[in-house]
Design a protein. Structure first.
Length: 588
């Protein structure tokens, strides 16, 4: 009965053993081709004879090939013709590869000559103090190793310039770091490999403003404060103008805000940076230029590349243009400040506002240590009560409506033990009161007891219902440690910042406090960073939060877009298996 299958000419011959071979005494095993599998045109009398060694060799080759095939398919990390990093879906650190950079003087000199030909010598800088300033901030120690600052700083003026810079660095295997405002808190812009720093200071233009669509296209070197000054003048005579809501620390620029996925004090009402980015122009590691999306308010066309690059900290690509949403600026804005004897009373007030669904623009907590720092720094004219304090921002279409909001909040605050409640009556007073909140983080620098003192910070965000608990436990940790530390943050969305001041010999203790706060946050179903990013400081905490497999998936994305590991290497995740040991030795 036919099975429905036909054997074709290319199928292997079936070799059949002849028992008579034993009887002939020839010492040979004779195999013949079965007539049922003979090839077309082949005689039935055709014979194939093999000696015993030949048979063993044939079987050995076949077995070796089968074993090799099995091992190749079994080991999912082996190279695949369609995937240079293997067939597995993630890339564990132990299965990755070590990026190799050519930092030899001859190679750097060759790259420099090409960069100078492209940009002009005045836009290629190697002044050492400038190099160091582009790899550290007031919140991170100055680099002290031979590779811990950029080898060069280059200043492009266009997407085309950035693309050509990337092509030069790619061909010479020189790593790159993007730089805009330089306000990072977590070592995001710290050099480790003598990278070439691509500064966007001269890419600071607003390219277009579309009033009918309420969006704007800008270059990465535009400061958000400067952008809002221009937007405030637009939008018609009857309105208050336009504005771009994300508002991190003073000095932040759009490129860095996108790279960090920042938010700021307006996040409670308006969301975070990713909610206001429509599309990006990005230069990839090899100089390829892509656009992640156009300007429509919604799109389901393919992968959401825009959000992939937001908060990627410059590790996947270099943002050269951004299309941003803007909105109407509120006509009436007022600020109120409430002081409480205890942290519990302050947090009870904010929880009450959230539970009752009352809309306020912002709710910001500054603890007693931060209020003391404000007084010491002298950034504002007011001498504040050194108590747990909530700064509220209110906005609305009418002054009367705003005052009703403030009346409600004051009543709730008084019920919770508020000792002093100050409200603004004019725009100028509102700006003056809010300035205290915006300068609070920088005021903490006034707590330094010695020029060698340093800071570490945590940026934990938890479900709002757990916020009072984690802040209370954090304050207890700080008190028991004997170190100077503060808590402040965006209590409306569960995000708060812990800042610890320490002298060099106290660094291990300070680091332990920060790690313990981060672990608390994750254990309360939160995140180790709400807006400051991972950088160098939080890489281990990221693994604690998401697990090795999730970070391995991120590493796979990194390798897909940046196979040579040239873009801000070592940030968010390690690329070298030995990096952790080297880093601990260098930074201890």
């Amino acid at each position: 009965m036919s099975s429905g299958f036909k054997r074709t000419a290319w199928l292997p011959l079936r070799l059949q053993y002849h028992p008579s071979a034993w009887r002939c005494g020839t010492g040979k095993r004779v195999f013949s081709q079965s007539q049922s599998f003979k090839r077309p045109g082949q005689s039935n009398s055709s014979k194939y004879s093999f000696t015993t060694p030949q048979i063993l060799i044939t079987f050995g080759i076949s077995a070796s090939f089968s074993l090799a095939t099995y091992l190749w398919t079994r080991n999912s990390n082996m190279s695949h013709p369609l995937s240079p990093h293997g067939t597995r879906s993630t890339t564990p650190l132990s299965k990755g590869y070590i990026p190799t950079y050519d930092l030899s003087p001859n190679n750097l000199a060759s790259a420099r000559s090409k960069l100078e030909a492209l940009l002009g010598k005045e836009n290629v800088i190697d002044h050492l103090p400038t190099l160091i300033s582009h790899s550290s901030t007031a919140w991170s120690p100055a680099p002290n190793g031979p590779l811990d600052h950029p080898s060069l700083i280059v200043y492009p003026s266009s997407t085309s310039d950035v693309s050509q810079i990337a092509k030069i660095c790619h061909s010479h295997r020189i790593p790159m770091i993007a730089f805009s405002g330089g306000t990072s808190l977590e070592g995001t812009l710290a050099a480790q490999n003598s990278e070439i720093c691509i500064s966007f200071q001269r890419m600071n233009q607003i390219l277009s403003l579309n009033l009918s669509d309420m969006d704007v296209i800008v270059q990465p070197g535009v400061g958000y404060l400067e952008l809002n000054e221009i937007l405030a003048k637009e939008g018609g005579s009857e309105g208050g103008g336009l504005f771009f809501p994300p508002d991190p620390g003073p000095g932040a620029q759009i490129g860095g805000m996108i790279a960090q996925g920042c938010s700021g004090t307006n996040a409670y009402r308006y969301g975070t940076m990713k909610d206001w980015v429509l599309g990006l122009t990005v230069v990839l590691a090899d100089g390829t230029v892509i656009k992640t999306r156009g300007r429509p308010r919604k799109s389901s066309a393919g992968y959401d590349l825009t959000r992939l690059f937001v908060a990627s900290e410059g590790t996947l690509g270099l943002v050269t243009e951004a299309s941003l949403r803007v909105t109407l600026k509120p006509r009436n804005v007022r600020v109120a400040v409430a002081s409480f004897e205890s942290l519990e009373e302050a947090m009870g007030t904010t929880m009450g506002i959230s539970e009752k669904g009352r809309q306020v623009e912002a709710m910001e907590l500054l603890d007693d240590v931060t209020m003391h720092a404000l007084n010491e720094a002298g950034y504002t004219e007011t001498q504040w009560p050194v108590k747990s304090t909530i700064f509220f921002k209110f906005a609305g279409e009418s002054e009367e409506g705003v005052q009703r909001q403030i009346d409600f909040v004051e009543g709730l605050a008084r019920k919770n033990g508020c000792e002093a409640f100050v409200r603004s009556k004019t725009d100028e007073q509102a700006e003056s009161l809010w300035a205290a909140r915006k300068t609070a983080l920088w005021s903490l620098l006034a707590m330094k007891r010695d020029p060698d003192d340093e800071f570490l910070s945590a940026d934990v965000c938890v479900p709002i219902g757990r916020l009072a608990d984690i802040i209370g436990k954090t304050k207890k940790m700080l008190d028991e440690s004997g170190l100077v530390g503060s808590c402040l943050g965006h209590v409306g969305d569960g995000n708060f910042h812990t800042t610890v001041l320490y002298s060099p010999h106290e660094k291990p203790l300070a680091r332990k406090i920060i790690r313990d706060v981060q672990k608390l946050g994750v254990d309360m179903h939160g995140t180790v960073t709400g807006e400051h990013g991972i950088g160098l400081e939080n890489r281990d905490a990221l693994i604690y939060e998401l697990g090795e497999e999730s970070v391995d998936a991120m590493r796979r994305v990194k390798y897909a877009l940046d196979p040579l590991g040239l873009l801000n290497p070592g940030k968010i995740m390690r690329l070298r298996f030995d990096e952790d040991k080297e880093e601990k030795k260098k930074r201890s």
